[in-house]
Design a protein around this ligand. Structure first.
Ligand code: ATP
Ligand code: MG
Length: 168
């Protein structure tokens, strides 16, 4: 279906903001803050809303889980010539360079002990990659150990050009 990505991303982030106040949420004790830097232009994309929401949920859950001190989670949405780019940046543990190429593999988790304490299966990013590739997009990460991580998603984006009718 064709979805307004600005609206969908806002909707998902609002849910994560509400979790701060919800005592039943696993993130309730955390002190994170969400910042949004979105283009004003509405970006329409062809996606499966449920599966795409699952991907963004995993990236947000990771950003919170792997940021012991909370911090600011910066969410960006922008367009380039023919792509939509979304990013989620945290100020958490970061990912060691040697692990960067593996974190999208099934069951791969950095530092087994640390990850086990956090719960989870190590499947989130592998599934995310499958979903994004199915949509013709890409997912990648940029991270510095001890400083934080930024996950990016790009999606193909059809510009709606003004129709060029030949008037004769
Ligand atoms: P699941 O998502 O299945 O509940 P998970 O979060 O461990 O479990 P993935 O989402 O696939 O699995 O992430 C794989 C591993 O990558 C994590 O275990 C963690 O070590 C590392 N990782 C993912 N996101 C971050 C992040 N934002 N900061 C630091 N490390 C991360
Ligand atoms: Mg995860």
């Amino acid at each position: 279906e064709t979805v307004n990505l600005n609206e969908l991303f806002n909707y998902i982030l609002n849910r994560f903001e509400m979790m701060l106040k919800n005592e039943d949420s696993p993130h309730h004790q955390k002190h994170y803050q969400i910042e949004r830097d979105f283009t004003d232009k509405d970006l329409w994309v062809e996606i499966d809303t449920d599966r795409f929401t699952q991907v963004v949920d995993n990236l947000m859950n990771n950003a919170i889980k792997y940021s012991p001190d909370g911090g600011i989670i910066t969410c960006r949405l922008l367009e380039t010539h023919n792509q939509v780019i979304m990013s989620i940046s945290d100020q958490g543990l970061g990912i060691p360079r040697k692990d960067l190429t593996h974190i999208f593999d099934r069951f791969y988790r950095v530092d087994k002990a640390r990850s086990r304490a956090q719960g989870g299966t190590g499947l989130g990013l592998a599934i995310s990659k499958e979903v994004i590739q199915m949509l013709g997009g890409r997912i990648w990460v940029d991270s510095t150990e001890g400083k934080g991580s930024t996950f990016y998603i790009s999606l193909p984006f059809e510009q709606f050009e003004e129709d060029d009718w030949d008037v004769e």
